[in-house]
Ligand binder design. Structure first.
Ligand code: FE
Ligand code: CA
Length: 517
C-alpha cells in the first residue's frame, strides 16, 4: 500500500490543532476516515460533497449493505442523520438534521446543508441504523462580493475501472483544492473483459439496476472515496455515463429508436444523480437532467458547468476522425442546444468576475491532423460543430476582455492551446485558453508525446502541448494569472505510482497570453 498517506495525515493533523479557527482557509486533507470506508458495513460507497455556494453545500451518501447487488437495503426508507462541524473533531457542530434515504433513489441522500459561512472548511458525517459514516471535508465558496485572491481547482475525468488503478485520486486527495471538477466518463458502460488490471461487474449496462451496480463498483474504490472525502466536487457527465458517443436521443450507431434510447438515458441519468453530490434542482425528470449551472467564487471567477451531450445534434460526416464534410459546417448544428446557448451567452456577457471558466466535456480547440494526404478532424468534438463553435466564440468576443479559460476532457490526453477567432489564421485574436485534461485511468498507462501528436502541434500553431500519460490538472487562479500544472503518473496498471508535474503553463488574464512556466 501507499506509505506516505499516514505520515501526511499526521503532519496535517498537527498543523490543524493550532490553526483551524484562526485561519479558516487552511485545513487538513481528510483521508483517514475515507480509507476505512470500504469496510464500513453500511456506508460502503463513502461520502461526498459538491456544488458549493457561499452559504451551502450538498452532502451526499448512499446506504448500501450489498453494493454490487442492488444495495441490499430492502424496500423501506431509512432515516439518515447528518452533521456539519467547524472542526475535524466535531466539537463545534454548526448544522445538523435528518434526511430520508428513499427506496426510489437507491437509498441515496442529497442534503443541501445551509446556514454556513462563506469561504471556509467544514467537516461532515452521517449516521444511520446505528452506524457512523466516514468523515468528509468540504469548503464553501467565497461571498459574491469577496475579493478572494486565490482559487485552486483540480480537473479530472475518464476513469475506466478496468484500465487501471485510481492512484491519481490518491495523490489528488493529498493536495489542496477548493473544488474538484469532473468532466465526465465517471463510469464506463462496457461489459466486463478479461486480462485487464481490474474487471467490470456485468455485461454492458443498460438498465437502472445495472447502472446502479456499476456506480457501486467504481465507488467502492478507496482512492476515489478519498478524493470525494477531501474536497467538494462539481461534475458533469459525458457520453459513457450513458453510452459511447451518444448525441441527445440518438445512440452511438443510430440503430435504436429514439424513444427506446431515451429510456436508457433516463435510467443512466437517474443512477448518475443518485451517486454524485448534485443539488435537488438537478434531479432528473425522465430522460432530462438540468446539468448546466453556474458556480461563483467571489469576484475572482465564474464557473459555467456545461452539458455538450444532452442537447447536441448528431455527429456529422462520421463520428470519429474524418475529413470535414459540408455538414460539419451546418449553421443549425448545435452542441449546447438553444436554451443552454443563450443561458451561456448571458452568463458570459453579464459576468463581472476576473475569470470566466467553461467546464465541459469535449475539446473546443481545433485539432487538425493529416492522414493519407487528407486533413482530418474529430467529428465528436467541437471540430465537428463549426457553426456552434463560432456562436460560442461570438459570445466570448462580446465580453471584450481576457480571462476566458475552457477546461475539458474526453480524449484521454492533455492538450493545451489557445482559442483563436480563426484557427486558420495565427494572427487572428486569441479569445482564451483551453486545458484538456488527461484521464485518471482510461487507456491504461499511456505514454508521453507520440510522433503523430507532435506533428499535430506543428500543424496547429495554436496548440502548445500534448501528453498521453494519466493524471489530472492542478489549476491555481489569481486575479491576473492562471497557472496549470499537468500532474502525471508513470503507470496505472499497477497501484502505487508516484506523481510528478509533466509541464506547467501560465496565462496572463488581460492578454490571454499562454506561456510555459
Ligand atoms: Fe473517456
Ligand atoms: Ca467521453
Amino acid at each position: 500500500m501507499i506509505k506516505w498517506t499516514r505520515r501526511s495525515v499526521l503532519r496535517r493533523s498537527a498543523a490543524l490543532s493550532t490553526v483551524t479557527f484562526l485561519s479558516p482557509v487552511i485545513g487538513p486533507a481528510i483521508v483517514s476516515g475515507a480509507r476505512a470506508a470500504s469496510s464500513n458495513p453500511l456506508f460502503t460507497l463513502g461520502v461526498a460533497s459538491g456544488d458549493p455556494w457561499p452559504d451551502s453545500v450538498v452532502l451526499w451518501t448512499r446506504l448500501a449493505r450489498d453494493p454490487l447487488d442492488g444495495g441490499g437495503m430492502g424496500d423501506t426508507p431509512v432515516a439518515v442523520n447528518w452533521e456539519v462541524a467547524a472542526d475535524e473533531g466535531f466539537q463545534r457542530i454548526v448544522q445538523k438534521g435528518t434526511a430520508t434515504a428513499r427506496v426510489e433513489e437507491a437509498h441515496s441522500v442529497h442534503v443541501e446543508a445551509g446556514g454556513l459561512e462563506p469561504h471556509r472548511w467544514y467537516w461532515y458525517r452521517f449516521n444511520a441504523m446505528g452506524v457512523e459514516s466516514a468523515v468528509g471535508r468540504t469548503r464553501t465558496a467565497p461571498a459574491l462580493d469577496a475579493s478572494n485572491d486565490r482559487l485552486r481547482l483540480a480537473l479530472a475525468c475518464c476513469q475506466h475501472y478496468e484500465h487501471g488503478h485510481y492512484t491519481a485520486y490518491r495523490h489528488l486527495a493529498e493536495e489542496e483544492f477548493d473544488l474538484v471538477l469532473h468532466v465526465g466518463d465517471y463510469i464506463y458502460e462496457y461489459r466486463a473483459k478479461d486480462d485487464r488490471p481490474r474487471r467490470h461487474n456485468s455485461a454492458e449496462v443498460k438498465t437502472l439496476d445495472a447502472y446502479r451496480n456499476r456506480y457501486a463498483l467504481y465507488k467502492l474504490d478507496p482512492d476515489l472515496q478519498a478524493a470525494h472525502a477531501a474536497f467538494p466536487w462539481a461534475a458533469v457527465p459525458d457520453d459513457h455515463e450513458v453510452e459511447n458517443d451518444y448525441a441527445n436521443d440518438i445512440e452511438e450507431h443510430g440503430r435504436q429508436a429514439p424513444e427506446d434510447f431515451l429510456k436508457r438515458r433516463a435510467a443512466a441519468y437517474k443512477a448518475y444523480y443518485e451517486h454524485l453530490p448534485f443539488r435537488r434542482g438537478a434531479r432528473p425528470n425522465g430522460p432530462s437532467m438540468r446539468l448546466h449551472r453556474p458556480l461563483r467564487f467571489g469576484k475572482l471567477a465564474s464557473i459555467n458547468m456545461l452539458d455538450t451531450r444532452q442537447y447536441r445534434t448528431d455527429q456529422k460526416c462520421w463520428a470519429k476522425w474524418s475529413p470535414r464534410c459540408d455538414a460539419a459546417l451546418d449553421p443549425l448544428a448545435t452542441m449546447l442546444g438553444p436554451d443552454q446557448e443563450s443561458w451561456l451567452d448571458t452568463a458570459l456577457t453579464k459576468s463581472e468576475t476576473h475569470w470566466d471558466i467553461l467546464v465541459q466535456q469535449v475539446p473546443i480547440v481545433e485539432r487538425g491532423r493529416m492522414r493519407d494526404g487528407q486533413l482530418m478532424h474529430h467529428m465528436d468534438k467541437w471540430d465537428g460543430y463549426v457553426g456552434a463553435r463560432q456562436r460560442l466564440f461570438h459570445s466570448i468576443q462580446r465580453r471584450e476582455r481576457g480571462g476566458l479559460v475552457a477546461l475539458s476532457g474526453d480524449v484521454h490526453e492533455n492538450w493545451v492551446g489557445s482559442l483563436k477567432a480563426d484557427f486558420g489564421d495565427p494572427g487572428s485574436s486569441t479569445l482564451g485558453t483551453e486545458f484538456v485534461g488527461t484521464s485518471i485511468s482510461s487507456n491504461g498507462d499511456g505514454k508521453d508525446t507520440k510522433k503523430s501528436r507532435q506533428r499535430m502541434i506543428e500543424a496547429n500553431p495554436h496548440l502548445r502541448f500534448h501528453n498521453g500519460q494519466r493524471g489530472y490538472a492542478r489549476c491555481e487562479i489569481t486575479a491576473d494569472t492562471w497557472r496549470t500544472d499537468c500532474r502525471v503518473l508513470p503507470y496505472v496498471k499497477k497501484p502505487g505510482a508516484p506523481i510528478s508535474t509533466r509541464a506547467s503553463f501560465v496565462v496572463d488574464r488581460k492578454s490571454n497570453r499562454l506561456e510555459s512556466a
